[in-house]
Design a protein around this ligand. Structure first.
Ligand code: FES
Length: 435
């Protein structure tokens, strides 16, 4: 089955669609974890707001996450220190630690299987990058422990452990905070017109608009189509595999991730750029057979992540030219803590308060990074590929994905079912039916 284990056992609250024109102080576009947390925080702060969602809330990536709440994002700290400086790396850590603290606080009152766990990033072979990460963590004063003692089904060369991280049930949490928010479902954002958002149900006049739509939908500003690409990765839920304490992730981006949920072991991995050939769940099934013989695949699903140019999300003013338009995107696979960081930063900005983290996440920071060239070359190549069908976002050639029976766009990751129905943005509509 292709539904995640989260989607199986939660009934989310339902909301009616927008009926005609409306007015609000802050309009939030997108009903995933980021949008809901922003709306929740604004509501707590007494700020008038309205959230619109094109489908049902948590219909997109939030239902497909592995729901790890952690500041350990692979080997990110050495990369940030090199690409920016030590201060940026430290602020990134602090912002994510704050996010964990806020989840911990909120989850005291929300039954959502919140569980404190250690997070581990492991390496199976000697690795200079891994050693450098430990040196950088030490230099930055970030608390960690080095260990070889894990509950993984294979020996490791080493693992970096962050204590007091957490995991939870994302839809139980999201469903609980959504109750009582001002939400309109089945209300699709179509375009931005100064202080107005045009939707398929009416026009919404707002003092400020926040785009929390996973990939931002407005192409005219901010150049997000150059600043990001999307990656796909796969998860299987195993029944009959032993339970793990801790959340684990391979230091190599192509490796496996592990966490338990109830009686399931969630095994994730096989990441690739959306639109590239993939073996889908096959390699996870092989790994499951090798490490947990006798375990059975009870569920399998895939998820999609926006990858920024420089390992930092884009949170803040959408572009220098749009003072009333804001964005939260590019969480680089760490969407739970990223969403909470986004809610904190954006609520401060929207309420006119200084925020200690806003500078490092500013979407207007330099885009002069190697990845920009890679994104540009790939988009040009795919734009010039003369095959049909074409992606309605910016016109790239779509690739057939035989694993998931979908048409996937290698440029920015839009996806469509074999019937042409939109599955993943930034495209905002279905494929045109054949003449
Ligand atoms: Fe941008 Fe397809 S997603 S061209």
């Amino acid at each position: 089955m292709l539904e995640s284990v989260w989607a199986n056992d939660v009934k989310l609250p339902e909301f009616e669609s927008l009926q005609g024109d409306a007015k609000t102080d802050v309009l939030i576009v997108g009903g995933g974890m980021a949008g809901l947390l922003i709306a929740h925080k604004l509501t707590q702060g007494g700020v008038d707001n309205l959230l619109i969602e094109a489908d049902r809330i948590c219909h997109g990536v939030t239902r497909n996450t592995t729901a790890k709440i952690t500041s350990q994002h692979g080997l990110v700290y050495d990369k940030l220190a090199k690409m920016f400086d030590d201060d940026t790396a430290k602020v990134y850590y602090q912002a994510n630690q704050d996010a964990i603290g806020q989840f911990r606080q909120l989850c005291k009152d929300i039954p959502c299987d919140f569980l404190e766990q250690s997070a581990y990033v492991y390496t199976k072979a000697p690795s200079k990058t891994f050693d450098k990460e430990m040196q950088t963590l030490q230099r930055l004063g970030i608390p960690f422990a080095q260990t070889k003692d894990t509950q993984l089904p294979f020996p490791v060369q080493g693992a970096i452990r962050f204590r007091r991280q957490a995991q939870f049930h994302p839809l139980m949490f999201a469903g609980a905070i959504a109750k009582g928010l001002n939400i309109k479902e089945n209300t699709r954002f179509l375009e931005f017109d100064g202080s107005d958002a045009i939707t398929n149900r009416g026009k919404i006049h707002a003092k400020c608009i926040v785009m929390a739509t996973h990939f931002p939908l407005i192409n005219k500003h901010g150049c997000y189509f150059l600043k990001m690409y999307q990656q796909r990765s796969y998860v299987v839920a195993l029944e009959g595999a032993h339970k793990l304490d801790g959340m684990y992730r391979d230091a190599d981006n192509k490796g496996l991730s592990f966490r338990s949920f109830g009686d399931y072991l969630l095994l994730g991995g096989n990441s690739h750029k959306t639109g590239k050939p993939t073996t889908g769940w096959k390699s996870l099934e092989n790994a499951a057979g090798q490490y947990y013989p006798g375990a059975k695949v009870a569920a399998q699903w895939a998820t999609q992540d926006c990858i920024s140019l420089d390992h930092l999300p884009y949170i803040g003013q959408y572009s220098k030219q749009t003072p009333k338009l804001f964005v939260a995107t590019g969480f680089n696979k760490w969407g739970m803590t990223g969403s909470m960081v986004a809610a904190t930063v954006l609520c401060d900005l929207l309420e006119g308060n200084p925020d200690p983290y806003e500078n490092i996440f500013s979407p207007s920071r330099s885009i002069l990074r190697k990845q920009l060239l890679v994104n540009g070359i790939s988009a040009t190549k795919n734009l010039l590929t003369p095959t049909a069908p074409r992606c309605p976002h910016l016109g790239c050639a779509l690739k057939w994905n035989p694993q998931e029976h979908s048409w996937d766009c290698p440029c920015h990751g839009s996806r469509f079912g074999k019937d042409g129905k939109l599955l993943d943005n930034p495209a905002t509509g279905d494929l045109p039916s054949e003449p």
